[in-house]
Structure formats: C-alpha cells, structure tokens
Design a protein around this ligand. Structure first.
Ligand SMILES: CC(C)(COP(=O)(O)OP(=O)(O)OC[C@H]1O[C@@H](n2cnc3c(N)ncnc32)[C@H](O)[C@@H]1OP(=O)(O)O)[C@@H](O)C(=O)NCCC(=O)NCCS
Length: 209
C-alpha cells in the first residue's frame, strides 16, 4: 500500500502523462517542494468565480509555500497538473486522508457512517482556461487509482460543492458521485455532500506497484 511518506520520497509512483487529444502535454504528479513559484502562479491566476468555488487560504507565494511545506507532514496529498514543457501548473487536486467531525456528523445524519482509514476527501481545481474541456474527467481515474493504492475505498467532496456550481455538480454526477445530502455554510450558501464508492474493484495494473 502507498503511504504519503513513500510518495514524498518518490513522486514518480504517482506520475502519469495524460492522454489529451489536443493541446499541450499534461502530466499529473505529486506536488513537490520546488513547486512554490509555479503553484503561486496557478493560485494567482484563478478568477473570482473559481476562488469562490474552491477556497484556499491565500493565492500568493506565501500560500503556495505553505502548501509545499505541508508535503508529507499532515494527512494531505496534493497532486498537480503540469503543462509541459512550459512547467505551468494548470490544476491542483487535493486529497485529505483525514475526516472532520462535521463531515462525520453530516454523513451520519444522511445514514452513512464515514470511517477513518477507509474514506477520504477530494477537492479539484483547474485553471480557468482548462475548465469544461474534459480534463477533470480524464484525470479522475488516476485520482481514484491513487486513492485505492492509499487503501481508501470511498471519496467524499472536501467541504461539499456549492449548489450553484453547475459545472462541478455535473462533473461529479457524470463521474459516479451521488448526492447524499446538503447543508448551508457559514456564509448562507447551499452546498451538496456527494460521495463516490470505489467498491471492491482492484487497482488497475497501469497504476503500477
Ligand atoms: C470542477 C472541475 C474540476 C471539473 O473539471 P472539468 O474538466 O471542468 O470537467 P469536465 O469538462 O470533465 O466536465 C464538466 C461537465 O459539465 C458540463 N458543464 C460545463 N459548464 C456547465 C455549466 N455552466 N452548467 C452545467 N454543466 C456544465 C460539461 O458540458 C461537462 O458535462 P458533459 O460531459 O456531460 O457535457 C473544474 O471545472 C474546476 O476546476 N472548476 C473550478 C473549481 C471548482 O469548482 N472545483 C470544485 C469545487 S467542489
């Protein structure tokens, strides 16, 4: 089974080239300590709408450095989509192997018992010019493979998805996530809780050891 420590030691265990039909080549790989500059470029480039849909502690170099400093120190795994050869970061896919008491309580109210060690949280963000082009759908199987290799079998949305984020809701639905409930956040906005059950399928051979 993969661990966050092993991934930090050898990021190639989760590095994949995406099969995009057109456009520049894109590589999915774990965030590394040297990524602060391109990651801050990605965060700074996010539109106001994307920042509302995906929340980050900040969008500058300091915020990017914090994300890089967190590698293998907590329960988070961050993967980036990197355009090659430019080195531009065009996506950040965040996984948390830990659950919050709030998540556990909301899902329990919906009749679902979340289990530490079996469930994880997922939050994807693509650069604005990469949204709505099928890239999220292309990369999701690689994320689910990584999740399986980390010993997890279900994925919930990290902080839910805002109900008015129509593209993301459609993206999750078409990729097998089901809505299990809804909640109103501190700012009064309605969000949906969604869950993807990876079942008992074994990890695909292409995912490597
Ligand atoms: C959410 C996100 C990761 C999805 O990735 P993506 O590559 O854009 O998604 P895809 O292109 O694979 O799929 C999007 C689907 O939504 C549809 N769609 C696009 N815009 C839409 C809109 N305004 N309303 C409804 N559906 C829409 C697309 O047509 C496509 O569905 P289809 O294949 O049935 O036609 C990406 O859009 C993103 O980063 N958004 C900004 C940040 C965000 O919202 N993150 C999620 C936070 S919970």
């Amino acid at each position: 089974m993969l661990t966050l420590g092993r991934i930090a030691e050898d990021p190639t265990v989760l590095t994949h080239r995406l099969n995009t039909a057109t456009g520049p080549e894109i590589v999915l790989r774990p965030l590394t300590h040297g990524d602060a500059e391109p990651l801050s470029g990605f965060l700074q480039g996010l539109s106001r709408e994307s920042r509302r849909f995906s929340t980050f502690a900040g969008h500058d170099l300091a915020a990017a450095r914090e994300l890089c400093d967190a590698i293998a120190r907590y329960d988070k795994l961050r993967l980036v989509l990197e355009e090659t050869p430019s080195g531009r970061v065009v996506g950040l896919l965040e996984l948390s192997l830990g659950l919050t008491p709030g998540d556990i309580a909301r899902y329990r109210a919906a009749g679902i018992g979340l289990v530490e060690g079996a469930d994880c949280r997922f939050g994807p963000t693509l650069a604005d010019d990469y949204q709505g082009r099928g890239v999220g759908t292309l990369v999701l199987p690689l994320v689910t493979d990584a999740v399986r290799r980390l010993g997890r079998s279900r994925i919930i949305l990290w902080g839910g998805v805002l109900a008015d984020n129509a593209r993301a809701v459609r993206f999750y639905q078409k990729n097998g996530f089901r809505q299990v409930g809804s909640f109103v956040g501190p700012d009064g906005a309605l969000s949906l809780d969604m869950l993807l059950d990876l079942g008992e399928e074994p990890a695909r051979a292409a995912a490597g050891p």
